[in-house]
Write a new protein. Structure first.
Length: 225
């Protein structure tokens, strides 16, 4: 793998770096605001807990920018994305537990909205990167050959005549798939073709359902009280 074309290296790492920076920024902002406002979910989860959840994103960003072997980089990226999914589930579980066990007056509407929004945004980015890594063998494999066994079917796959010359799905295409799946709770832009793709989209939708419907609805009630 040492003689890999630089174009492959760029797609496999640096293309996704801005998305990781965005996800990292969301959790950093949440931790800063939580410290300033003195927010403590369940009276145990302090502001720095969100920075702990952000640590895998820091490692993922370093891996994308400065990783070694592309094969090893992809394995590390998938492992870190899995950790981020678990971290997101933990953060959401903590917030839901706070809603259930804490008096409404002790959880402000702003805290609920910001925390729920941060979890939802992070969820969109993490699953977008996950789709980007698993589809048709990953970004390097897609750059090397035509799409033969994709995990996601885009409109251009079904109707090649609609695709521009040299078209291939990039990280922003997968982020859009994740965004629409998180809003509609169902496939809209691209259809999942494999069990892995369907399972990941289902999990992403479940997290979004809880973050959007439960947390946001409760926050609106608190703000309107």
């Amino acid at each position: 793998m040492s003689s890999v074309d630089p174009r492959f290296r760029y797609e496999a790492r640096r293309e996704a770096a801005p998305a990781v920076v965005a996800a990292l920024g969301v959790l950093v902002v949440l931790s800063i605001v939580s410290r300033v406002e003195g927010w403590e979910v369940l009276h145990r989860v302090h502001w720095w807990a969100w920075l702990v959840l952000a640590l895998p994103e820091v490692v993922l960003l370093v891996d994308f920018l400065f990783g070694g072997s592309l094969v090893r980089t992809r394995r590390v990226a998938l492992a870190l994305l899995g950790v981020l999914v678990v971290g997101n589930l933990v953060g959401l579980s903590i917030l839901v537990a706070g809603l259930v066990s804490t008096n409404t007056s002790q959880l402000s509407g702003g805290e609920l909205l910001l925390t729920g929004s941060a979890i939802w945004i992070t969820n969109v980015i993490v699953f977008g990167l996950w789709y980007w890594e698993i589809d048709d063998g990953g970004p390097v494999a897609r750059a090397r050959h035509s799409r033969t066994q994709p995990d996601f079917q885009f409109s251009q796959d079904e109707n090649p005549g609609l695709a521009r010359e040299g078209w291939g799905p990039q990280v922003w295409d997968y982020l859009y798939v994740s965004l629409t799946n998180s809003i509609a709770f169902s496939p809209t832009d691209a259809m999942p073709l494999t069990r892995h793709a369907k399972a990941s989209m289902a999990l992403g939708s479940v997290i979004s359902v809880v973050a959007v419907l439960l947390v946001a609805a409760r926050a609106v009630n608190v703000l309107g009280a």
